[in-house]
Ligand binder design. Structure first.
Ligand SMILES: [Zn+2]
Ligand SMILES: [Zn+2]
Length: 119
C-alpha cells in the first residue's frame, strides 16, 4: 500500500500517511473510550515523518481533533502518529493485530480474532 488518506467530517483536517504502518491495533482503555465517545479505539501507527497533516487541529493530551466539526483524526505520541482507522477515507484497509486493555472490552463485544492481547 502506497499511502492512505484520512480526514475529519468537515474536511478542515486532512492527512496522508505513506508506506506501511509500524503496527495496527485497538484499545479499550478508559482514556480512549472517553476521548472517542466510542467503546474502543482503532488506529494505524506511523513514524511522524511518514505522515503529512494539513489544517489547524486542536489537541487534548496529544489527541488531535477538528475545532470545527469535532472529528477525531489522529494522536501524536513521541515520534509516532496514530491515525484513526475510522477517520480514513476508505474502510477495511488494515486489520488490527493487537488489542489493549481487553479487560475493559464491552461484554457483548467478541475478542478480536487472532489478535495479541495487552502487550
Ligand atoms: Zn472538521
Ligand atoms: Zn487506550
Amino acid at each position: 500500500m502506497d499511502s492512505v488518506k484520512a480526514g475529519c467530517a468537515c474536511g478542515a483536517i486532512r492527512l496522508v500517511a505513506r508506506g506501511a504502518p509500524k503496527r495496527v491495533g485497538v484499545c479499550h482503555c478508559m482514556d480512549c473510550r472517553k476521548h472517542h465517545g466510542a467503546v474502543f479505539y482503532a488506529a494505524a501507527i506511523y513514524d511522524r515523518s511518514a505522515v503529512e497533516i494539513t489544517g489547524d487541529a486542536r489537541a487534548y493530551e496529544g489527541r488531535h481533533f477538528c475545532g470545527v466539526c469535532g472529528g477525531l483524526v489522529f494522536a501524536v505520541t513521541g515520534g509516532a502518529v496514530e491515525v484513526h482507522l475510522g477517520a480514513m477515507d476508505a474502510p477495511s484497509q488494515f486489520v488490527p493485530t493487537y488489542e489493549g486493555f481487553s479487560d475493559r472490552r464491552e461484554s457483548w463485544l467478541p475478542a478480536l480474532n487472532g489478535a495479541k492481547r495487552d502487550l
